[in-house]
Each structure stands twice: as structure tokens, then as C-alpha cells.
Design a protein around this ligand. Sequence first.
Ligand code: 5AD
Ligand code: SF4
Length: 452
Amino acid sequence: MASLAMTEPPGKRLFIRTYGCQMNVHDSERMADVLRPLGYRMTDAPETADLVVLNTCHIREKATEKVYSELGRVKEMKLARAQEGGRMVVAVAGCVAQAEGAEIMRRQSAVDLVIGPQSYHRLPELIAKVHRARGERLATDFEAEAKFDSLPAERNPTGVTAFLTVQEGCDRFCTFCVVPYTRGAEFSRPSTAIEAEARSLTARGVREVTLLGQNVNAYRDEDETGLAGLVRRLARIPGLARIRYTTSHPADMGEDLIAAHGEVEALMPYLHLPVQSGSDRILKAMNRAHTVESYRRTAEKIRAARPDIALSSDFIVGFPGESEADFEATLDLVREVDFAGAFSFKYSRRPGTPAAAMAGQVDEAVKTERLARLQSLLEAQQRGFNAAQVGRALPVLFERPGRHPGQVIGRSPYLQAVHCEGGEGLIGKIAPVGIVDAAHNSLTGRLMLETA
Ligand code: 5AD
Ligand code: SF4
């Protein structure tokens, strides 16, 4: 553990000068609180600070001029820091910022951001964006919580299926999520490197790759063909039978990618497309950049391109301000879209994220009750989707031996686990299986005839 601590970037220093009333003193404390998870600790020496905040006040005469003259001094400190190779971020907050934000930015080039009292909860996002614009990484101490940090670990237990990271980071800043702070800005690997890795995996017996990214459909490569272009390119690799990708953002679900679902045989008919909520008011507060209607339309287009596609999603219940009516709108959307599977969570307050500071935090008991109602609906849909496969013949890619002798386990195109009698010689092969039974989380089938 000691070596881990040593490789971590040092904490950042925060200096806040507070003008005016008790309200401003309180606001300065709040700002320090929301910035703590980004690694900022208070200092009394502005010249050594990584972030200087002037929390201004409009009431006293000449207050604005005082701010400008203080900014002149801060600019000198910023220049001196830059000469030593250090970097300072300068923010103006408070009433003066509220009243003349644009004017401050115009008159004093040293100011990196201006923020009014209504927006302090957005400070982590705004600071993160200033650092990103400079190409810097953030030092963060957000608590890690694996279940919300959606990427499965890249591992390869069987040799038949493999994860392949194509993109990292996220620029979306959903207000509940730590990923944009912990994983940094969106970054895509070059498609040539990805293709080379996919070829080498295939040469070692991998038949299916899942392309991974925090915001995978924001993937951008040198020739701007995006994730759709990458999928088409990988689909030409001989021996690579199946391609999947996760996790997608609804607002990045382009026409070309939707079209690929109808045209690329290797692209499996399964899509994890988190919606989070079925209420526009809540989606807006989540900063999700999509509406219920746009999600609905995207789902329709994907189904038009690939009618049998299995759609899955993530949901958060009890986001701050979520009313019973908002929650029921989520249930309505679920009934309408009909999901083959889903993950659902109670909203969990992550210090430093904008939503953690929002008014209207929902009672734990209400969250528990809503989660139970949502999950019983989602589970019924998942059981329905699984039951609908009974009687069908599905191509199954066999991955591993089952628990009983002579049993093998594979996956359907829809990512369902399929249990089947058959020898281990089937592992790594795709064979048609007649589905005879369906449970909540898996299917049982009989081998029809063996293929390569
Ligand atoms: N509270 C509850 N759920 C969250 N998720 C991410 N952050 C939070 C949070 N603070 C969920 C979202 C996301 C999934 C990976 O985890 O639904 O899509
Ligand atoms: Fe987090 Fe996903 Fe939103 Fe990015 S798009 S901020 S990873 S929930």
C-alpha cells in the first residue's frame, strides 16, 4: 500500500478570500467542502495555492473595484507560479460574479472561471473542465464504489470471450456520477492498435470481444468513423464471430451505429443503454443530455434496424427531488420500452458531485420502496424475455464447463447464459441450441447439431 500512496499525486492547495457577510463565510465553507474530493485542502498563503477563489460581495461601495485590484495582485502570483512551473486556477465567486461575470472574464485575463452563488454545487465540474482544457489530470479522492464505476475488469477467464478497452473517461458530467472526476477526460485508443489487439486475441482462440469504454459510443478515431466504423472494421477479422460494446450513452447513439446493428452480422443483438429515469425533470437535474422522448425514439430506431435486439438499462431511484409522479413516469417508460434486463440502484450521495449538494434528498425508506417496485417490474420483463426464447433455436457460443459433469455453459446472442448437455469439446464453438426451459437468469437448451 505504501507504494500506492507514493505514486498518488500530491494534494492541491485552496485559498479562499471571503468578502462581506456571514452568508459568504458560510458559502466559502461549502465551496471548500465540495472541492475536498478533488484533493483541495485549505491554505493561508495565496501565492502557493493551486486554486484561488475570491468570494465577492456587492453591498459595500467600491466593492467591485476592490475585487479588480485584488485580481491584479492574484495575476502577479499566477504569473510567478507559472514561471516556477506551477499552475494556478483563479475563480471569482459571490455576488459580484453573479452580477458581472462576463465583464470580469473580459477585463481580467487571469480569471479562469466565474461562478454565482446558485451554482457552487457545480464547482467540481467547472474546475475539472478548466484542468481538462489545460490537458492536466486531476488528483481526486472520491471514494471508489465499484458498482457505480461501470467497467467490468479486463480479464479473460476462458479464452473464448475477452474484453477490449477502446475508450476511457467521460465528458458528460452526470450530476450523480464520480467517473468524470476519477477517470478523467474522454480518450480513445487508435483503431489500428485496437484492431491489432483484436487480431492477436482471435489468434489465441477468442471468438467474442466486448469493446469497453465508460462512454464507449463516444469513441473517436483518427478517421472519424466512430464506434460504428470500428465495429465494421473488427467484423472483418476472420474467426472473430461476435462483437459487443458497453456502456453507451443515449445522446451518443449515432445513426451510423444504429445502422450497424442491422447490417453487421457479428454485432450481437444486445444493447446496454442506460436511461436512469423516465422523468424529463429528473433527467435535466441529472444533466443527462437526453429526454424521455429522445430515448424512446432511439430505442424505436434500434428496433427498426434490428427487431430482435435485447435492450438493457440502468436506473436510479430516489434522485434528489424525485416525486412519486417522477418515479411513476420511470415505471411507465419501463412498461413501454420493455427491457430484457437492467441494473437499478438507489441514489447514493457521492460527496463532491453536484447532486450530493442538491435540495430534496429523498428518504431512504422511500428509495427502498421505489427500488422494490421498479425491480419487480424489471424482473418480470426479464423473465418474459427469457421465456420467449423457449422453443427457439439459438446459436450459442460455448464458454466453460458447467457445474455437473457433461454440462457446458455458453451465451445466446442476447447475452443470456445457456446451460446444455455436451462435451467440453464444444468450448470455443458456436452451435445451435433448442431452448427448452427459461429461468430468471439463464436458459436451458439441447444441442441440435454441432457446427464449427
Ligand atoms: N447513485 C446511484 N447510482 C449511481 N450510478 C452511478 N452513480 C450513482 C449514484 N451516485 C449508477 C448509474 C450508472 C451505473 C453504472 O451506476 O445508473 O449508469
Ligand atoms: Fe457517469 Fe456514465 Fe454519466 Fe459519464 S455518462 S458521467 S460515466 S453516468
